[in-house]
Write a protein that binds this ligand. Structure first.
Ligand code: PMP
Length: 390
């Protein structure tokens, strides 16, 4: 039988044909005028999709972790105080990265599925002079959506640089870098940005660049050093050739195609579509009697859903395999404390209602085959109804 699977994990995702064909074009020189133009345009578009008016975009070959690493390497010096607002696995990772560059890190950690409360964050900001505050907008290990606008406001009020990990949110959740006065928005190509894995993306505020330029010690990461990349990004945007390290030519061309599609759809409209997909998926899980990891629907991401397994479901790996046999790939748990208690569905980028319905249908069959009896079609009906109402 023809192998045709629908990839519904929280990244990488399904990609648009035009993006994939840009990947397959003959590779040009990194100083070819057409490529310079595509790179320059991709930088302008990256600024636009993050809601930045005057930020400095960076596009580097690497993954989201390199984007986090780059923010840490350039903005933190030994002995700096850093506050990590953690809603899961990727908050823990940010703390480890900042510590590696010598920061003294305080982490405010929520229970899995929760969000540290704003009063607690403010009390901590009052206690010490933090140089940076990090927030994960959507922690992919819990599906929790942080209130970035409010946390950023607090961070800025106390004079910290605010760094947002938007790997599972940029181009899928509302994020307004300039309006919310954020200093770094970072992401990766393979999620709502809609490009195969391989690009680390950042936009840095003028204040972040000034802080980098005022460093007393050299950046302890040669590749990620903004001193190496700043002139290169500026040159591409000015449509001039330049070189520090070879850019991922095909990925950058594909990025420009995808960002063009995102802007053609409209970022606000795209955020609205992600909400509609999310409501459909979450309504289906509720109709099937499955709880969710986020403790409150108000803090649940719109780019993914993290349903809890029903208690009766004993063989969870077999359930995931059964869903895959139905032609849909979803993901298991990631947060170490609750890893075997839940699974994850991504609905980002190109996802349409038909994809959500197919996914819910596959989950229904797998639940029934796994001995958890549900009314066939009840989840699908709930998803369709929620979609119609959205
Ligand atoms: N932050 C978040 C919120 C993520 O979801 C991920 C990837 N799942 C990362 C950081 C790390 O990105 P990558 O796997 O591309 O290195």
């Amino acid at each position: 039988m023809k192998k045709r699977t629908l990839l519904m994990i929280p990244g990488p995702i399904e990609f648009e044909p035009a993006v994939l064909s840009a990947m397959g074009e003959p590779t040009s020189s990194h100083v070819d005028p057409e490529f310079i133009d595509a790179f320059g345009q991709a930088l302008e578009r990256l600024r636009e999709i993050t809601g930045s008016t005057d930020g400095q975009p960076f596009v580097l070959a690497g993954s989201g972790t390199l984007a986090m690493d780059t923010a840490g390497a350039n903005l933190v010096e030994r002995g700096d105080q850093a506050l990590v607002i953690s809603t899961g696995f990727f908050g823990t990772r940010f703390a480890a990265i900042l510590e590696r560059y010598g920061a003294e890190v305080t982490t405010l950690t929520a229970q899995p599925g929760g969000l540290p409360d704003l009063n607690e964050i403010e009390a901590e900001l009052r206690r010490k002079a933090y140089k940076v505050v990090t927030i994960t907008q959507v922690d992919t290990s819990t599906g929790v959506l942080a209130d970035v606008a409010s946390i950023a406001r607090l961070g800025r009020q106390y004079g910290a640089l605010v760094i947002v990990d938007g790997v599972c949110s940029v181009a899928g959740e509302e994020l307004r870098m300039s309006d919310w006065d954020i200093d770094v928005v970072l992401t990766a190509s393979q999620k709502a940005v809609g490009v195969p894995p391989g690009l680390a993306l950042l936009v840095a505020s003028k204040r972040a660049i000034d802080a980098f330029q005022a460093r007393k010690s050299p950046v302890a990461n040669y590749y990620a050093d903004w001193g190496n990349w700043l002139p290169i990004m500026q040159a591409y945007e000015a449509r001039r050739p330049s070189y520090f390290a070879t850019p991922a030519v095909n990925l950058v061309s594909a990025l420009n195609v995808s960002l063009g599609q995102i802007l053609a759809e409209g970022v606000d409209q795209r955020v609205h579509r992600h909400k509609a997909m999310s409501q459909a998926c979450k309504a289906a899980m509720q109709a099937l009697g499955l709880g969710q990891v986020p403790q409150d629907p108000a803090i649940a991401a719109h780019t993914m859903t993290a349903p809890r397994y029903p208690g009766e479901l004993a063989d969870r790996p077999a359930f995931l395999k059964r869903v895959a046999q139905e032609g849909v790939v979803i993901a298991g748990g990631l947060h170490p404390a609750i890893k075997n208690e839940y699974f994850r569905i991504g609905h980002m980028g190109t996802t349409k209602i038909g994809d959500v319905l197919a996914t819910v249908g596959a989950i229904e069959s797998a639940l029934n085959e796994s001995g958890y009896q549900i009314e066939p079609g009840s989840g699908v009906a709930a998803a369709a109804a929620a979609y119609q109402a959205s």
